[in-house]
Design a protein around this ligand. Structure first.
Ligand SMILES: Cc1cc2nc3c(=O)[nH]c(=O)nc-3n(C[C@H](O)[C@H](O)[C@H](O)COP(=O)(O)O)c2cc1C
Length: 177
């Protein structure tokens, strides 16, 4: 089964997860920008990773338009990972929760452009102004200073899911995604 991890990363966190996943699965990895459509559709399974911008998985719209049969998606943002955020991202991007995985990345203000940093600073301010801050708010404020919160172990559920799909296919009872 020909599998590939394809990704788009602005500051490096998604790229890090993409290489961990490819390493774990022993499959190819390539940046989306360096791929042609013909090449993409030649794979039996594509694992697409994009960074999160305003709850959207960056670049997913273009991948979705290709109607790939076996597409698994992961999004990388600075929010703490929990069921609620995974559900929100799945809903907003119209991806079934079964094949969408969310991983906590981080924030690197040094690599974020001026306009984007302004947007992020507004979000930071609105959290700072909250009278009662949750532990997640405090974590976000710490991350805004610049932090790498990636952990290799976070990819486990995705790797397990992808390997399961491969086994289904090998025994001839592949379930449509
Ligand atoms: C303009 C902008 C919007 C963002 N929106 C979100 C968001 O909605 N949710 C989130 O969790 N993180 C958000 N982030 C944080 C990034 O998704 C996070 O830094 C991510 O780890 C970047 O991944 P990358 O290094 O692969 O580019 C945003 C960052 C920027 C610059």
């Amino acid at each position: 089964m020909k599998r590939i991890v394809v990704y788009q990363s602005s500051t490096g966190f998604t790229a890090k997860y993409a290489s961990w996943i490819a390493e774990e699965l022993g499959c190819e990895i390539k940046e989306y920008k360096k791929m042609k459509t013909d090449e993409l559709i030649s794979y039996d399974m594509v694992i697409y990773g994009g960074w999160i911008m305003g709850n959207m998985v960056y670049g997913y719209d273009k991948i979705k338009a290709l109607n790939l049969k076996n597409l698994v998606v992961f999004g990388v943002g600075m929010s703490v990972s929990n069921e609620e955020i995974e559900k929100r991202i799945a809903e907003q991007n119209k991806i079934s929760t079964e094949r969408l995985f969310y991983f906590e990345g981080g924030y690197n203000p040094k690599k974020v452009g001026f306009l984007k940093k302004m947007m992020m600073n507004m979000i930071k301010k609105s959290i700072e102004q909250k009278v009662e801050k949750t532990s997640e708010d405090i974590h976000m404020l710490e991350t805004f200073q610049g932090a790498d919160n990636t952990k290799r172990e976070y990819i486990k559920p995705l790797v397990q899911y992808v390997d399961e799909r491969k086994r289904y296919r090998e025994i001839g009872c592949e379930k449509e995604l």
